[in-house]
Design a protein around this ligand. Structure first.
Ligand SMILES: [Zn+2]
Length: 710
């Protein structure tokens, strides 16, 4: 145990803190299990639950996520009777426990005693008691009570031998991830003082001479909401700088509340602390949050079942929060979700396939929401390992038990394993926010769909990929993709240049290099600080409805489709790789490539793609870059066959072949080794057949030369 108070709660402030190394629960096995809420049903069911868990080789339960109204039924009353029994019953069964502070939902008495704890929403409506994830992070009462219960839970269970990790809150966010109450307004002004120092600086950053907005007193500043700077919704603002800063502030405000609970825990326990994130969650900047997590974890509920690259890339994003260290898959459904209007059930084999996909991308856990179905309320139809009948002969339970046996057989093989990626995709919440709140040129441009389109091209090609922040060390990568790099901050241009000068390849394009950290335009040619590196300038920018395309013809290559945004490029050192075919800028450059002299006498390449290419177009560009560096995977031509690799701390290389495609495939294997799921041995070139949803976990014979960045 560290000294009490070892966690320093950050002051609410603007600069992002430095990265911190990951610290994971010390386990000898992939954590397998999930959220378990037996406080919701009679005790005579608990024994049946644990018998079933034994049958499914469940090792881990997450307890107490929504237990606050039981553990603290009144301000001065703590009652751990029920949680004690639940914890002890799990411990008696030999399970590891991820223990929650329970602060993801308010108790009714808190809202009644302290009306300040409920939020004011974007529309300006003061909320009354109800739902969850709706506490104001500025509320002194909420902050005090949340840290209070976190400390009490840690004090009571911190030395329990079965507790391995702490789970603060739940899915931080709520409606837009922000509150607009007077307490938040005051905290926002304090945050702004910290960031800007003087009103002069703030007025300069926000360009307040536009529309007569010069502020002469901090108290004149309002949170940007539907009542102030916004129309339509959260993306439509008259002052991007104000809205951008409110999102940064709201992220910092959530982090402060999280860190206060973490500090209260740390006074009693040195075990690692996390909170379950939600992948590409727009309202909160997880890169600002990452240094405060001991280890990253997230909940995987993909919106569609036919986009395996989306889940792969989201795992990569979460792994990138802690510099490539393993993370926990904290939640996924074993069968079906309940939160969408239409909720199709997972097809046979899909839960297993997606679970192995998580492990393949760096998860050291496979956890479900939830272990037994809720009796009532809005999640009673959400899938569970055990349904309301408790039957063990359901398809869901059989599949969970089957996977449990496989993971038990895996042992500690991949724990701590890292991804040997030579490619990186840059993701930046500031650019995401800024490009989507920009008036013009095209409101229909989506940041995440664009990032996914580029990431998919790497995934399809079987290239191992890291998804990293713009502040990441890029020195270990051969190919760096930075689509929609709208905002350019700090020394990023120099680090991208460094990639090219090492002989690497940089991919960027439309709407990049447009604004600085305050969302002000650069007083220069577009793409601003990237212009010299890309060897190109943008003469003008056209936009069109999604249905309107402009053919883009690559020299000696395919004719693909550009849409949404059409930048007319003027090469200034770059060579033209593709040209538009239609409209008044027909024959104008649409895609360029700049050859940059590398330090070793060779050359690096910087591609600039001036329009939103269709998937074949993006794939064409990405594969040319990968081919140059020998990074095309062995199954790049096989539809839906994913290859993901982990290199373990002992140097073992484990390849995961995951078949997401619709048809059976037979491929010659790329490496010799043993399928640890079947014990079958393979030589290089042996033909292996995978049916849809099939998985091969190949432990390579030779410690291959696979470098792991970081
Ligand atoms: Zn508030």
């Amino acid at each position: 145990m560290t000294e009490p108070g070892a966690v320093v709660v950050p002051p609410l402030r603007s600069p992002a803190p430095a990265p911190t190394p990951a610290r994971l629960p010390r386990l000898d096995h992939v954590a397998y299990g999930g959220d378990y809420n037996p406080e919701q049903w009679p005790k005579d069911v608990w024994d049946l639950d644990h018998e079933a868990f034994d049958a499914a080789r469940i090792t881990t339960v997450t307890l107490g996520v929504f237990a606050w109204s039981l553990t603290q039924p009144a301000e001065d009353v703590y009652d751990f009777t029920v949680l004690d029994e639940i914890v002890q019953r799990a411990a008696d069964a030999g399970r590891w426990i991820c223990l929650a502070t329970g602060t993801g939902a308010l108790s009714p008495w808190i809202a009644r005693a302290y009306p300040e704890v409920t939020r004011v929403d974007f529309q300006g409506r003061k909320h009354r008691y109800g739902q969850r994830h709706n506490a104001c992070w500025s509320s002194p009462a909420f902050r005090r009570l949340a840290a209070g219960i976190a400390g009490k839970v840690a004090e009571r269970y911190g030395d329990h031998p079965n507790v391995v990790a702490w789970h603060v809150g739940n899915e931080y966010g709520g409606d837009g991830g922000a509150c607009y109450c007077d307490l938040c307004a005051a905290e926002f002004r304090a945050w702004l003082r910290e960031r800007y120092g003087t009103l002069e600086e703030l007025n300069e950053a926000w360009c307040t001479t536009f529309w007569s907005h010069r502020f002469t007193d901090w108290d004149e500043i309002e949170p940007p909401s539907a009542l102030t700077e916004h129309w339509k919704d959260r993306r439509y603002t008259a002052f991007q700088g104000i809205t951008l800063d409110y999102r940064r502030f709201s992220t910092d405000n959530a982090i402060r509340q999280f860190a206060e609970e973490k500090a209260a825990i740390r006074a009693h326990s040195d075990l690692p602390v996390t909170t379950n994130l939600m992948g590409f969650f727009e309202p909160l900047d997880y890169h600002r949050w990452a240094p405060h997590l001991d280890f990253a974890s997230w909940d995987n509920y993909p919106p569609r079942s036919d986009e395996p690259w989306r889940t792969a890339l989201t795992h990569d994003l979460v792994r990138g929060l802690k510099d490539g260290a393993p993370f926990w898959l904290m939640e996924q459904t074993p069968t079906v979700t309940a939160s969408r209007d239409v909720n199709p059930v997972r097809r046979p084999g899909v839960m297993r396939l997606w679970s192995w996909q998580a492990v393949a991308h760096g998860a050291d856990s496979v956890l479900f929401f939830q272990m037994r179905a809720s009796r009532g309320a809005c999640e009673m139809t959400h899938g569970a390992v055990l349904d309301h009948s408790g039957r063990l002969d359901t398809r869901a339970f059989r599949e969970v038990a089957g996977l449990g046996a496989e993971l038990e057989g895996l042992g500690d093989l991949v724990l701590g394993g890292r991804t040997p990626a030579r490619c990186a995709l840059l993701v930046d919440w500031d650019s995401w926010w800024a490009v989507e709140m920009a008036d013009g040129p095209n409101r229909l441009i989506g940041y995440v769909p664009t990032a996914l389109s580029w990431g998919r091209a790497f995934w399809d090609a079987g290239a191992q990929l890291d998804v990293v922040p713009v502040t990441a060390d890029l020195s270990g990568y051969d190919v760096v993709a930075a689509p929609l790099l709208h905002m350019v901050k700090g020394d990023l241009p120099a680090r991208l240049r460094g990639v090219a000068e090492r002989g690497g390849t940089v991919l960027t394009g439309y709407l990049s290099g447009r604004v600085d950290e305050d969302d002000r335009r650069f007083l220069a040619d577009v793409p601003g600080p990237l212009a010299g590196l890309a060897g190109v300038r943008v003469a003008e920018t056209d936009a069109a409805e999604p249905a309107v395309g402009n053919p883009v013809a690559f020299d000696g290559g395919p004719v693909v489709d550009g849409r949404m945004v059409f930048e007319v490029l003027v090469p200034e050192g770059a060579e033209v790789m593709a040209r538009y075919r239609a409209d008044f800028y027909a024959e104008a450059p649409a895609v360029t490539r700049h050859r940059v002299r590398a330090a070793d006498g060779g050359e690096g390449h910087v591609w600039y793609v001036g329009t939103q290419l269709d998937q074949p177009g993006v794939t064409h560009v990405v594969r040319r870059a990968l081919a140059r560096h020998g990074l095309l995977g062995p199954y790049a031509e096989i539809e839906g066959l994913e290859l993901a690799t982990r290199v373990t701390p002992s140097g073992a290389v484990v390849d995961f072949l995951l078949h997401h495609g619709p048809a059976e495939v037979t491929v010659p294997l790329h490496a010799a080794g043993e399928d640890v799921l079947t014990g079958r041995r393979y030589a290089v070139g042996d033909r292996v057949t995978l049916r849809p949803t099939d998985v091969v976990v190949l432990r390579r014979d030779e410690p291959t030369e696979v470098a792991v960045p970081g």
